[in-house]
Design a protein around this ligand. Sequence first.
Ligand code: AR6
Length: 172
Amino acid sequence: MKITLIQGDITQIKVDAIVNAANSSLLGGGGVDGAIHRAGGPAILEECRRIRDRQGRCATGEAVITTAGKLPAKYVIHTVGPVWNKGNDEEKRLLRNAYINSLLLAVKHGVETIAFPNISTGVYHFPKPIAAEIAVAAVKEFLAQDNRITNLVFVCHEKENYDIYSELLSRN
Ligand code: AR6
């Protein structure tokens, strides 16, 4: 298994699937969600709307998959991270679910390479070091049990997250 760390814009990454830190409406927003919809074009939102019509809102910790429109990736996996609210085990469990459910959906669609943003660490205010520990532990556990993902990229937009991940990933 291979985990790569980069600092940059996830919309530019050429992988089978990029993950979006969406909200449960699935109808777009700011942050990485806004960037993905802007760069990918209207096809992504159209498919999100069809999913909404079919199955309703996306619960926190769950994930859905759409086309990536004009992006270099083939798919966007939209997952909903938890909003940080002083911190309790539920929030941590839900953040872990967001990573695991994204990966489960990815392998179901034959995805071999996938890029994640730092889910919940923007508008949703999850403390960055705690979110990073959960993310790294979740994906390592998943990749150790399932060899269908050949490359997983953590894409950090800001240096602060990049440095946190860099330190965490260098530990083992
Ligand atoms: N590429 C990679 N990472 C990015 C990019 C980008 N282009 N732009 C921002 N980030 P946020 P959340 C990072 O707020 O906290 C939206 O409105 C950013 O630096 O996008 O899960 C949704 O619709 C941060 O580290 O997502 C929801 O309503 C990380 O992406 C809500 O925000 C996540 O920040 C979700 O909040």
